[in-house]
Write a protein that binds this ligand. Structure first.
Ligand code: G16
Length: 536
């Protein structure tokens, strides 16, 4: 039988262990690690089909990123480093939900719908994994899936998500974007970064020293390997290198959501602390000023810093390229006002998930896209790339733009490359982190999680800013928000955790906190809350 081996191996080694329907979410499949073996195996099968379909290498990253350590997950990477195409997300869901005996039929249907994928064509899949204890075992399941479908695997071992995206892209474009190895990634970015500070690493109020919070995950390992390539251009002191629990009381998600300094990092005044998440695709800055006041600089602050710098370089170079910024509903209202009113850069809003932001950013020549949680990058159209490279021969600002382009990992949000981009802009401006932070003041905000029996009962529209079901919930939210000056709030089901997220902002922190609690309780009451009532 066609794909018969896929069924046999599934039944013998990776039988389906979960009956509930599962869906390819914001960033692939994500749940408790011990429920994932059969899904990993099936994603190995699917990646092989996709590799044949595209006649290119496909990436499989085993990670649950910001989630707690006992969780795990899988994201598939398309040929040019993009997230898996939407039609294939649907195929992934179909294959994950098939019975063991139904695997062959599901694979045959996918092959047919994709226009006739041949069973015996070559297929190569690149696999990477984070540092979770379960990731090793789940890698074996992915490899078994690829092999059962007749494909081959190149295992990159423990690697960050953005590096896996980079090597997939470089392999598929014949090395144009860079050398398709982990070392190739370090070399390309470090060289571009060093060139931008040949005149000295210190400048004005800028000092090239950072505290690096590795979230006890793969980001710490990647950064430690990266440091020798960076030489004197930046001095990074490493914390949370793996001695503690992954993402626990540290890392980008903790710092952003809790608005707290990461544990394990000394509270040195006026030092830049850089926190990455569990697979190093998000970054958040924070610092404590000379008066002991703590501030956190998130993806909005990064996006506005970067967009402002690009605008300046574009103006100075005389290049007429369309620059734009893409945010989500989580973007702080003050950041959107700053970028549109003060900088005059157009802003678009997309649904949560970098795949959505990336898609919208394609409408600009230079598209800066960032989620407030620190996940994002900058992408350049072919036209922009050529115009910048051509102008770089005779124009200093265009040359800088060209070098900055090489510091950026365009394939996906990348904590380490984004950090070096931020450091580049701060250096160019001679700014301390305090100077950067003073560009605009965030509206006080609060995020909250609410547990409900079935988060699918919540559906949204208008880039997740309006709740459609359960009926009446949006009216309740509107009437609560009306009580808070500068109030704004929305709710949406998470695509990575089994919870509903609540976002609230208002003119005071007390207002934002109370708004979040009130809206959280409305969700609890109207959307089937379970367990404890929401609290901060
Ligand atoms: C993933 C996605 C992000 C998203 C985040 C939270 O991040 O890649 O785009 O913002 O999950 O998503 P949700 O609110 O749907 O749970 P990561 O870093 O965990 O892969």
């Amino acid at each position: 039988m066609v794909y018969g081996e896929a069924v046999q191996v599934a039944k013998a080694k990776y039988p389906k262990s979960v009956t509930k329907t599962i869906k390819y979410g914001t960033a692939g499949f994500r749940t408790k690690a011990d429920e994932l073996d059969f899904i990993m195996y099936r994603m190995g099968l699917l990646a092989t089909l996709r590799a044949r379909d595209t006649k290119a290498v496909i990436g499989v990253m085993i990670t649950a990123s910001h989630n707690p350590e006992p969780d795990n997950g899988v994201k598939l990477i398309d040929p040019m480093g993009e997230m898996l195409a939407p039609a294939w997300e649907a195929h992934a869901t179909t294959l994950a939900n098939a019975t063991d005996d139904g695997i062959a039929e599901a694979m045959a249907t996918i092959a047919k719908e994709a226009g006739g994928i041949k069973e015996d064509e070559k297929a190569l899949v690149f696999v990477g994994r984070d540092t979770r204890p379960s990731s090793d075992r789940l890698r074996d399941a992915v490899v078994a899936g690829v092999k059962a479908a007749g494909g081959e695997v190149k295992d990159f071992g423990v690697v960050s998500t953005p590096i896996l995206h980079f090597v997939v892209t470089c392999h598929n474009d014949g090395g144009q974007y860079g050398e398709p190895t982990e070392e190739g990634y370090y070399k390309k970015i470090a060289q571009a970064f060093a060139k931008l500070r040949v005149s000295g690493a210190s400048r004005g109020s800028y000092e090239p020293t950072i505290l690096f919070d590795g979230a006890n995950g793969v980001g710490a390992i990647m950064m430690e390997r990266f440091i020798p390539y960076l030489g004197d251009s930046i001095k990074s002191t490493m914390y949370n290198k793996g001695e503690g629990v992954l993402n626990h009381l540290c890392g980008a998600d903790y710092v952003k959501v809790q608005q707290k300094w990461p544990e394990g990092v000394p509270q040195a005044q006026n030092s830049r602390c850089v926190s990455v998440d569990g697979d190093a695709d998000r970054v958040i800055y924070s610092f404590i000023d000379k008066n002991g006041k703590y501030s956190m600089l998130d993806g909005d602050k990064i996006a506005t810093l970067v967009a402002g710098y690009f605008q300046e370089l574009l103006k100075a170079s005389g290049l007429t390229l369309k620059l734009g910024l893409v945010q989500t509903a989580y973007a702080n209202g003050a950041s959107t006002a700053y970028i549109t009113e003060k900088l005059g850069v157009p802003v678009a809003c997309a649904k949560t998930g970098v795949k959505h932001l990336h898609h919208v950013a394609l409408q600009f020549d230079i598209g800066v896209y960032f989620e407030a949680n620190g996940h994002g990058t900058v992408i350049f159209s072919k036209n922009a790339r050529e115009a910048i490279r051509n102008a770089a021969q005779a124009n200093e600002s265009a040359q800088k733009l060209s070098q900055v382009m090489d510091v950026i990992n365009e394939t996906v949000g990348d904590a380490i490359s984004d950090m070096l981009l931020v450091e580049t802009v701060l250096h160019a401006r001679g700014w301390s982190i305090e100077d950067w932070n003073s560009a605009y003041a965030d509206l006080p905000n609060r995020q909250m999680k609410v547990t409900v029996a079935d988060r699918a009962v919540i559906t949204t529209t208008d880039a997740e800013r309006v709740c459609v079901t359960p009926a009446g919930l949006q009216d309740t939210i509107n009437s609560i928000v009306a009580n808070y000056p500068n109030g704004r709030s929305f709710v949406r089901p998470s695509g990575t955790e089994d919870i509903v997220r609540v976002y609230a902002e208002a003119s005071t922190q007390e207002g934002a906190d109370n708004l979040a609690i009130a809206v959280g309780n409305a969700v609890y009451e109207q959307a089937g809350g379970v367990g404890d009532r929401p609290k901060i």
